[in-house]
Design a protein around this ligand. Sequence first.
Ligand SMILES: Cc1cc2nc3c(=O)[nH]c(=O)nc-3n(C[C@H](O)[C@H](O)[C@H](O)COP(=O)(O)OP(=O)(O)OC[C@H]3O[C@@H](n4cnc5c(N)ncnc54)[C@H](O)[C@@H]3O)c2cc1C
Length: 302
Amino acid sequence: MPLSPEQLREVDDLRAETTPTLRATAPGMEQHLYTPVQVLDHGFVRVVDYMGDDAAITQAARVSYGRGTKSVSNDEGLIRYLMRHWHSTPFEMCEIKLHVKLPVFVARQWIRHRTANVNEYSARYSILDREFYIPAPDALAAQSVVNNQGRGEALQGEEAERVLRYLRDDAMRAYDHYEEMISTEGQQGLARELARMNLPANIYTQWYWKTDLHNLLHFLRLRADAHAQYEIRVYAEAIAGMVKDWVPFAYKAFEDYRMGGATLSAAAIDCVKRMIAGEEVTQENSGMSKGEWREFQGVIEG
Ligand SMILES: Cc1cc2nc3c(=O)[nH]c(=O)nc-3n(C[C@H](O)[C@H](O)[C@H](O)COP(=O)(O)OP(=O)(O)OC[C@H]3O[C@@H](n4cnc5c(N)ncnc54)[C@H](O)[C@@H]3O)c2cc1C
């Protein structure tokens, strides 16, 4: 279970407390505040705090004195214009603080997103829990034969069982040794900061992660994408669900122009024009490499 009954009670207590405020609040985000969304077998993501809403984006764009809302359609149109034209700073006026519990190998990918503020659980100071990510059977994928950075079908039968056994046994043995090394029963006990080094990368860690909406959308563009590794993608998808409720206009514009949109090179635009004019365009006469052509076809043919 990702949260203990005591931790869940703390979340309920926080949600039971309300304070009147003059600050802008987003009703969609208030629903999510503090509540964990389970991700993977022992992980979760939850919103600890946030600042701003859709109106905060237009307010900053117009540098208004008041809330900045002209009309709902006006605000949505402005947000779409800002997104379309990469006028990104108004989106930086919204902030989000997340509490995430995630396997260390996922954290290594996540931490590459440098435009965030992070504070991680200290394994120098505290003892890590005996919690390891063990993939569900349908996520126990074979190596892809066409993409070195991808996966194929799920492993089956005896091979799947053997792999799961290795993952579980190795994790448990490493944790047994970790516990034994830090124990002070009849020995001095190795420092926690050293004992942790034998633990595998599927052990869970936790952090608080704070970023602004512009950089969060950049994170989601890369990590909620079908090419991202499944284990980080599921976190990105959980966060995307929260962002959709928090800033619905901004999220819709993001879906249209970033997640669902595509960037075409000058050569690709030229090909589209020639196709519309009735010319038969092939990879050979397109001016594009085979890889570019394949991706271009993916965009225009779906
Ligand atoms: C599918 C996929 C595969 C990947 N494979 C690999 C891999 O094999 N090896 C690997 O090492 N990484 C890999 N990465 C990580 C990738 O290279 C980026 O490090 C990661 O996605 C973070 O992106 P970012 O730098 O744009 O984000 P952030 O760090 O959040 O930065 C946001 C933007 O701020 C600017 N910025 C931030 N810091 C600097 C800086 N110091 N200097 C200049 N500009 C800055 C840049 O414009 C940047 O795009 C992969 C990522 C994905 C999504």
